[in-house]
Design a protein around this ligand. Sequence first.
Ligand code: PLP
Length: 283
Amino acid sequence: EDVFLNGRFLSPAEATLSVFDRGFLFGEGIYEVWAVVGQRIVDTESHLKRLDRSLAECGLPTPPERDTLPQILTELVRRGGLTDGFIYLQITPGAGERDFTGTADTRPTLFIMARKKDLLGAPALESGMAVDLVPDIRWLRRDIKTTMLMPQVMAKKNAVRQGLKDAVFYDETGITEGASSNIFIVTESGAVRTRPLSHKLLPGCTRGRIVALARDHGIQVHEQAFSVEELLTAREAFVTSATSLIVPIIQVNEKTIADGKPGPVTRTLQKLYIDYIHALPPC
Ligand code: PLP
């Protein structure tokens, strides 16, 4: 399956980068991930908009292929014969001397790959998952989708070591987000609650879509932070992300959420979201 690197479709073995790439030396880079479901790329435009914002916020150069990205994504899906999976895109400034404030001597690095994965077949979609609550030790520009993912990798690996599936972060102001997702709870009245956007969390494209779909279908959404206690005593809880779609949370560490089963509002939103995806035009 070909990948795309700096203007060319290449086999993975041919696609190589300089050891002087600033993405490698400094972790100076941003990324995006799209879900592909039934040959449909989900929310191409909102992810591209967030990509542009990430570049601007980090002062990174825009790669020359920017305007043709929608066609390149489609081409990768077609070449890979991908029905279900995800597209990963990363941009770094390119290669240069190891100097913090230096610039690259090359064009920006643009790497894109499409990988197969049965997103709709993930067991957690149906059964829900248990998560680990972890203090949020990340920086305070989590609204930018950077490749500096060490805290997330550590939190997720530590969760898996404990037999849990994923990690959810909290700070002194409440639950922030999942390690690679946004988090929602369902309140007593059946309304959905999720933290308002700020520098403390990533503006998830799936989050945005779910909020819109819920409102369109008469489900109340409150963009309001919630505490650890409110998560533990919620009627329902779930996380959203491009590749996991909507996953019910049925347990947080030792505490079972409600009756330990995915709840009706979560199920309704899963259905609305999957129906929405199936109505998108295929590649
Ligand atoms: N929050 C974090 C920290 C993430 O890494 C992700 C996705 O990977 C999300 C939220 C969800 O964003 P999206 O719905 O755009 O995938």
